[in-house]
Design a protein around this ligand. Structure first.
Ligand code: R5P
Length: 285
């Protein structure tokens, strides 16, 4: 298998290639004089399975990923797999107001035009997987995330809302500790109320887990609540650390540990999902 890295995922792609004993392709990327993107896969791919690893976090990432998928096909790959550690545009998976698009459907349809299979890591909404008419899987990295925290002395796992409780509960089961969730109520477009469960947090080491940290607003509120209720050690984790507007700078000083996965490369990407992606590509899951 050939692993083709997009700019968003160079380090992760190199780890996946190493783990699988696959070839990491060399890619040339530059701009045409008019500013349009140019990519070229320099490694021979004819007759081979090719996995292109890249995110759709920004609009530029999307163009690069689609160009690399097509380049793989044009180069004669026997099978083209689109691997998205972070599937961006998955949060608009339904129409909230008339006139809106279903962005996650748009992304899925675009990707399946240029690939034979789509693999991503913990998509925000599973509904998106149903938009595909060819194989599309979202890998769970719950075990990998849990193992990272095994020796970190965590007493309690807390989800910042009931939507993330199932994930928190599975992590807690692996670590044999309890899990709870914060009761989060949207009052209006600007106001969200959050209430801790009736649990004694004083003197406890609490891990807050979410699927995504974007503006950090949710996590920051949860951390403040825990501090007000006597938690002595607070760790924060998510699969995807978007950290919009450098929100990690606001979260970091408030917590003892901030650890996200390397689906989006950053200084807090302490948990690698390379093994999970490798196993999925090898067909183990
Ligand atoms: C909500 O459904 C998600 O699980 C996250 O809690 C949310 O997307 C985090 O966003 P932010 O960091 O902007 O509060």
């Amino acid at each position: 298998m050939i692993i083709v890295p997009a700019s968003t995922s160079m380090g992760l792609a190199a780890k996946v290639a190493k783990e699988m004993g696959a070839t990491l392709a060399e890619v040339e990327k530059k701009r045409f004089p008019d500013g349009e993107m140019y990519v070229r896969i320099l490694t021979e791919a004819r007759g081979l399975e090719v996995a292109v690893i890249g995110n759709t976090r920004s609009d530029e990432d999307i163009v690069e990923l689609l160009l690399l998928l097509n380049a793989s096909r044009e180069a004669g790959a026997s099978k083209v797999i689109a691997v998205l550690p972070y599937f961006g545009y998955s949060r608009q998976h339904m129409i909230y107001k008339p006139g809106e698009p279903v962005s996650s459907k748009v992304m899925t349809k675009a990707l399946e035009n240029f690939s034979d299979r789509i693999v991503c890591v913990e998509i925000h909404d599973e509904e998106t997987v149903g938009f595909a008419s060819h194989p599309f899987s979202s890998i769970s990295v719950i075990r990998t995330s849990s193992e990272y925290f095994r020796d970190k002395g965590i007493d309690i796992i807390l989800s910042p809302d009931d939507g993330g409780y199932e994930r928190a509960k599975k992590m807690a089961e692996i670590l044999s500790i309890p899990a709870y969730y914060i009761d989060k109520k949207r009052i209006d477009a600007k106001t969200v109320e959050m209430h801790l469960p009736k649990v004694d947090f004083s003197g406890k080491s609490v891990l807050i887990v979410d699927d995504i940290i974007s503006t950090g607003g949710t996590i920051i509120k949860a951390v403040k609540l825990l501090k007000d209720n006597g938690a002595t050690r607070i760790s924060v984790s998510a699969v995807h650390g978007i950290f919009a507007k450098d929100s990690d700078r606001n979260i970091e000083p408030m917590v003892d540990l901030l650890a996200v996965s390397d689906t989006i490369h950053g200084s807090h990407s302490l948990i690698s999902v390379a093994g999970d992606i490798s196993r999925a590509l090898a067909g183990d899951e």
